[in-house]
Ligand binder design. Structure first.
Ligand code: CP3
Length: 341
């Protein structure tokens, strides 16, 4: 698989490319299945439909990897929290974590078992996906999940979770440890079910100052990563901490690919990390609205990364729901064409 070879810096005929959130609302084919499912969580819990939408971007856009269709928040859901997705508002937990009793009630082993619909979807997808295409499994970082579990919803200020972090660090660490334990079991089961690579999304990384970031987030990402590496050295691990370009000097750990977000100059990431890690990224997703902007964006990244090993093309965050499919296709084709060896 070209994508897996690229994760290990092996020679490939071109730079592989996929897009974060590639299975989603910009595809009319996705909307058709989602409407059939009724709502988003039902779609996540239905292995057949999850399989169908996972394969759509591979068939329609010819990306080099499929990413499992699910959501990072099914983990807190199966730990026992009530999750709903509200139109226009995104995810909501009606009973966010408030005290130690709430913490105690969170399930660990049981949560990993209750996520069986994810493992079923993976088995189906791996059966149907072209042998040359990789299937990427994923989870949210403990810090990002904990943020949702404490705040109850997306936040701009992170005030509840950060107040907790500075007033009761022990509470935060207990929560993060519990989530970390579930994620180790969860990703190990995803691997056993057939995923070829795993990615950990730390979408709220930039909420933390440097010392807090390494104490409350990166440490746990690394712990999951070395747990998996010991057991499955052949499965590449991608870590994506969003918005921490100021902290790159301190990045370390046993993983393979560093996901570069759009706000980090790729040249900076290359200077700081390329010796140790393959880089993935990082075209600004908004460029997808305009073909000239796409061309310029791809050219600038190729200029820095070259047509050679050590790079996987991607966006620097997820594709947005109103991007024309034609432009997404243009992006993928252009990367394949421009990076041909
Ligand atoms: O194609 C893929 O990338 C695979 C599937 C995937 C989804 N969510 C599907 C989804 C993945 C990898 C995620 C990860 C995810 N979910 C993250 C981390 C990545 C990032 O974007 O930073 C986060 C923070 C979430 C939490 C989440 N899920 C939010 C904030 C929302 C609402 C977003 C919005 O714009 O409404 C979701 C819902 C969601 N997850 C959708 C999809 C396709 C849209 C749901 C719908 O169909 O209405």
């Amino acid at each position: 698989m070209i994508f897996i070879d690229a994760c290990f810096r092996k020679k490939t005929p071109y730079t592989p490319v996929w897009m974060m959130r590639q299975a989603g609302r910009y595809l009319p084919e996705y909307m058709e299945v989602r409407n059939r499912a009724g709502d988003f969580l039902t779609l996540c819990k239905n292995p057949k439909m999850a399989c169908e939408v996972t394969l759509q971007p591979v068939d329609i856009l010819n990306v080099d990897a499929a990413i499992l269709f699910s959501d990072i928040l099914v983990v807190p859901l199966e730990m026992g929290m009530d999750l709903r997705f509200e139109k226009g508002e995104g995810p909501i937990f009606d009973h966010p974590l408030k005290n130690r009793e709430d913490l105690k009630a969170l399930k660990v082993e049981e949560a990993a078992l209750r996520l069986d619909y994810v493992y079923e979807a993976i088995k189906l997808i791996r059966e149907k996906l072209d042998r040359d295409k990789a299937l990427i499994g994923f989870c949210g970082a403990p810090w990002t999940l904990a943020t949702y579990m404490v705040e109850g919803r997306g936040t701009k200020t992170y005030s509840l979770v950060k107040k907790l972090l500075y007033t009761d660090p022990d509470f935060m660490h207990t929560l993060l440890r519990k989530v970390t334990e579930v994620l180790k079991l969860y990703l190990q089961k995803q691997i056993a079910s057939g995923v070829n690579a795993v990615m950990i999304f730390d979408s709220w990384a930039s909420a933390l100052e440097e010392s807090a970031y390494f104490e409350f987030s990166w440490k746990y990402m690394k712990e999951i990563s070395s747990f998996l590496k010991k057991r499955n050295p052949e499965i590449p691990i991608i870590l994506f901490p969003k918005g921490i370009s100021g902290y790159l000097d301190k990045i370390d750990g046993d993983f393979d690919v560093f996901g570069v977000d759009w706000s980090t100059p790729i040249k900076l990431a290359k200077d700081k990390l390329f010796d140790k890690y393959v880089l993935q990224g990082n075209m600004e997703p908004m460029r997808l609205y305009n073909k000239d902007a796409i061309k310029e964006g791809v050219e600038r990244i190729v200029e820095v990364m070259g047509k050679k090993e050590g790079h996987i093309f991607n966006l620097g965050h997820g594709i947005l729901p109103d991007v024309p499919v034609e432009n997404a296709k243009y992006f993928i084709d252009l990367v394949h064409e421009m990076t041909k060896r």
